[in-house]
Write a protein that binds this ligand. Sequence first.
Ligand SMILES: [Zn+2]
Ligand SMILES: [Zn+2]
Length: 172
Amino acid sequence: MSEPYTGRCDTCGARFPCALVHNGFNDSAFAYCEQCGTAGFVSAWRDDIPREAHFEAHGPVSAATESLLAPCSCGGRFRRDAAPRCASCHSALSATAAASWLEAQAPGAAKGWRWQRSWQGLYSLIVAGRSQQLAWAPARASAESDPAASPRPRLEPDDPTEGGGRWRSRGT
Ligand SMILES: [Zn+2]
Ligand SMILES: [Zn+2]
């Protein structure tokens, strides 16, 4: 699903190992952390994709999926329009500048393969092995805006004839 490449930062000149992921073959959608550039993936085969994510594979995550994602371990958000970043200076990499080193190394380039020159196409780039499976945010907006939908975790069944109203009035 990916090939080893040597990337080059167009800001500081550092070189770093990277890999291209074809999100079509991989049946996945991706987003980059806006702060550290980690590549995050959601496989179309996962069974925990919320219906409201309006999930679509084979490219950047949909806007609805993006809004449900848990943040990166660095504190940044995974965005569908963010970019991978240099492993040394953390500058966002240029998708057009990457064409020079990707096409020089890609086995298919001799047969006409061209880099997509965008971070929002079929391919995503993993810099220095920094990738992860994307997680869903634990407290989703739907649960927070409707407290009645999340029942109290401990209801002692000592008085089953009493309705839920009594339990709800207890805390107030
Ligand atoms: Zn991050
Ligand atoms: Zn750099």
